[in-house]
Design a protein around this ligand. Structure first.
Ligand SMILES: *[C@@H]1O[C@H](CO)[C@@H](O)[C@H](O)[C@H]1NC(C)=O
Ligand SMILES: *[C@@H]1O[C@H](CO)[C@@H](O)[C@H](O)[C@H]1NC(C)=O
Ligand SMILES: *[C@@H]1O[C@H](CO)[C@@H](O)[C@H](O)[C@H]1NC(C)=O
Ligand SMILES: [Zn+2]
Length: 722
């Protein structure tokens, strides 16, 4: 029963991230009433300072900045003036900011071409850019035509071959194709977006001897669809048939950051290595309008879509989704990329705290694949402007931050989380000794649906702050908090309290992997709201204004939430972490591991799972007692003890970082969470233990279980010492 329950809900486990898939959005059906609806008064009760922060947000200003960020080419490394303007505005708002430059390896599109050659000799050339729409001015910009449909870091190459439809190009899709003897070697893959991170799709195709891969957005993964009678953008909520999802194909599950400087910052003159995380076969993304003739040409060849008998194999287009290959039908794919070592610019703004050894970081990336980027990432960028203003307003009253606050506007996130990773690599020792937490906003607003990923110790605070944040939107009744909206629109696993674990896909990754907890917050599209044209020219200011957040109230909602969150984290004498929830989640991770070896007593003994479970139970008891102790009013009167509790809560997170990293991917050091190796976005808990188990390497699995057990015991000792 329990496992079925988990499986049934796993579709709702959206990762909140920039590089993410928007699918499985039919989640507003019969919400499970698992979390009590808000029990606090409305409007929320704020302290004087919180009131200043909550009311300082101006939707007019957000509108102005949303427009600013979405009207010029700001692909990674291409718009220094936008970085300078961001620094200038933050500084004017009272947060002293400057640029942090790195020199990194990037690739830009030079020549992209895709032609279908039918068996009868007819040709069909695919359009590798979106239609320009008069209504949506940035889609008509000449610079929009200079940012064609391409994949960051895709291999240059020219290939012509028969092609095979491979579903979502998941490892399991390829296993199913092999089982049915579909010939893959030397062919080009045609894959649907959705499921695994696009870099993994390329890696899987490459591993099966395929010579290229083409990916398309399938309308069957959308809520509103033309096929369901809905009009397409700009006239309605369905996907525009020419929209294309760009994106990176670097294997960030191996390591993120500059591919030529793994583990160290890309300062001028540093030694560079040959990247080991980039694809060797060329790839291109295409629209569904252009995918249709490609799919149709395969109809009647190979195994039919229904014959594959796999969930999600057949999509929403009028084709049989047959595997092919179709004899004589080929794709000619040209992908020519310009390779460059080139500067990128993070903007770093700092408020020094009175405690120099405690730091909270708030970040958003600034670069986009397209001229727009109104949701990804510049809804976050416009919000960050207002956040610096809110703290500036508070400082004008004489308020001093107890802790350091670092505001970051990252560059080159889209390619491989580069700006944040290089910065974390540069300041690793300082961050390791002072950082308490990292708050991320990437796609701040792409719809009405609150979505949050967070390390467990932050979740209780996040819920509390959601209850203090008014959810304002043109469609909501006005007496709703963010918590109410979150509760109304989501379905939860009770143990998650509505949060996902953080895998990868946005700038929190480098932080989490050095044992710094993080939160990633967004308002996502729902199954009824306008389709999100992720990484397409239609993620534009016009779309945002007409289809999502006309008055930028949702933007303000996200900004207020993050601002109040940051305020409590920097201002509370006792850091508002919940170590009980942290401990509870460690136990859930162990329980999930146990599910995998249910009934296999020998295996359980071999990998020492009952020892790890016992350590987990002790941690749970100790953490609960710790949380009870520190919440006594008298505890707060003892400054020395509070300081000690704060140090302990900061350092407990670091205990789970294993210096040498996970087997085969040393960048990933957090023994509790890493990106799932077959998915790339989703988190895998206890990754090294689980992967070793699945690989049948019980010795390695035991080694990691014992290592985690040791960390759990140390965590218990530290918490008990306060
Ligand atoms: C940089 O972005 C700004 C704001 O969107 C835009 O006005 C400007 O043209 C862009 N610069 C370049 C070099 O594209
Ligand atoms: C679907 O495709 C078939 C075969 O090509 C065609 O006969 C039919 O009209 C199409 N249906 C729609 C709704 O376009
Ligand atoms: C913050 O403190 C550092 C180190 O003392 C100092 O160099 C820097 O100028 C200060 N920055 C601000 C904005 O006050
Ligand atoms: Zn993004």
């Amino acid at each position: 029963m329990a496992t079925t329950f988990l499986l049934a809900l796993s579709v709702a486990q959206l990762t909140t991230a920039c590089q993410r898939e928007y699918r499985d959005l039919n989640i507003d059906q019969d919400p499970l009433n698992l979390v009590p609806r808000q029990d606090t008064p409305f409007p929320p009760v704020w302290s004087e300072n919180e009131k200043i922060l909550h009311t300082s947000f101006s939707t007019a200003s957000i509108d102005t900045w949303s427009s600013y960020y979405t009207h010029g080419d700001h692909m990674a490394g291409r718009n220094k003036s936008m970085a300078e303007e961001t620094a200038r505005k933050w500084t004017e708002n009272g947060v002293s900011a400057s640029l942090a430059e790195y020199e990194v390896f990037l690739t830009y599109p030079k020549e992209q071409k895709l032609v279908l050659n039918r068996a009868n000799g007819e040709q069909y050339e695919v359009q590798l850019f979106e239609d320009a729409l008069e209504e949506d001015e940035t889609t008509t910009y000449p610079s929009s035509r200079k940012l064609p449909a391409f994949h960051g870091y895709s291999a240059s190459g020219e290939v012509e071959a028969e092609y095979v439809y491979v579903g979502r190009a998941h490892k399991d899709d390829f296993a199913a194709l092999e089982k049915r003897n579909v010939d893959l070697t030397g062919k080009i893959a045609l894959a649907k977006y959705g499921g695994p991170f696009r870099g993994l799709k390329v890696a899987n195709a490459e591993a099966h001897g395929m010579v290229g891969i083409v990916m398309f957005s399938d309308p069957g993964d959308d809520g509103p669809q033309v096929a369901k009678g809905q009009a397409a953008y700009p006239d309605g909520p369905a996907r525009h048939p020419s929209s294309v999802q760009r994106g990176s194909v670097a294997y960030i599950g191996q390591y993120p950051g500059d591919p030529t400087t793994p583990g160290y910052p890309s300062k001028p003159g540093v030694e560079r290595v040959k990247p080991s995380n980039l694809p060797k076969i060329p790839s291109l993304p295409i629209s569904y309008r252009d995918a249709l003739p490609l799919l149709k040409a395969l109809d009647g060849h190979g195994v039919s879509g229904n014959g594959m008998n796999r969930g999600g194999w057949v999509g929403g287009l009028n084709a049989s989704y047959s595997t092919g290959p179709a004899p004589g039908a080929t794709l000619a794919l040209t992908n020519s990329m310009e390779e460059k070592i080139t500067p990128i610019w993070n903007v770093i703004g700092i408020i020094n705290g009175t405690n120099a050894d405690e730091t909270v970081i708030i970040g958003n990336h600034r670069d986009a694949w397209i001229v727009g980027g109104a949701a990804d990432p510049n809804s976050g960028s416009a919000i960050m402007i207002e956040m610096t203003k809110a703290f500036g307003e508070l400082m004008k009253t004489g308020w001093k931050s107890r802790r350091n606050i670092v505001f970051a506007s990252w560059d080159a996130e889209e390619y491989a989380l580069i700006g944040s990773t290089e910065w974390v690599e540069e300041y690793a020792p300082w961050l390791s000794s002072t950082a308490l937490t990292y708050l991320n906003v990437d796609i701040g607003v792409a719809g009405p649906l609150p979505g949050a990923g967070a390390t467990p110790e932050l979740r209780t605070l996040a819920q509390e702050i959601m209850k203090q944040t008014i959810y304002s939107s043109s469609n909501s009744n006005k007496d709703e908090t963010l918590y109410d909206a979150w509760y109304r629109l989501n379905r939860f696993r009770p143990e998650d309290n509505g949060f996902t674990h953080l895998g990868s896909g946005s700038d929190y990754t480098a932080f989490v992997q050095m044992g710094i907890g993080a939160l990633d917050f967004s308002l996502d599209p729902s199954s009824q709201s306008s389709v999100y044209h992720y990484h397409s020219n239609y993620d534009s200011y016009h779309w945002m204004k007409t289809a999502v957040d006309p008055h930028f109230e949702l933007h303000a909602t996200v900004g207020r939430f993050l601002t109040l969150m940051a305020y409590r984290l920097v201002d509370d004498a006792l850091i508002p972490f919940d170590m009980d929830t942290h401990a509870r989640n460690v136990n859930y991770m162990v329980r999930d591991f146990v599910y995998e070896v249910m009934g296999q007593n020998e295996v359980q003994r071999a990998v020492k799972i009952s020892e790890l479970s016992a350590a987990g139970r002790t941690l749970r008891d100790v953490a609960r007692a710790f949380q009870e102790r520190v919440s006594q009013p008298r505890f707060l009167e003892d400054g020395g003890r509070v300081a000690k509790a704060n140090r302990v809560m900061r350092d407990v997170q670091r205990l789970f970082v294993r210096k040498e990293g996970l087997p085969g991917r040393p960048f990933y050091k957090n023994a509790l969470f890493a990106p799932n190796r077959d998915d790339g976005y989703k988190a895998q808990t206890l990754p090294a233990s689980i992967e070793a188990l699945r690989d049948g390497n019980l010795e390695l699995c035991k080694d990691w279980n014992l290592w985690v057990m040791d960390a759990v015991i140390k965590a218990s000792d530290m918490l008990a010492s306060v």
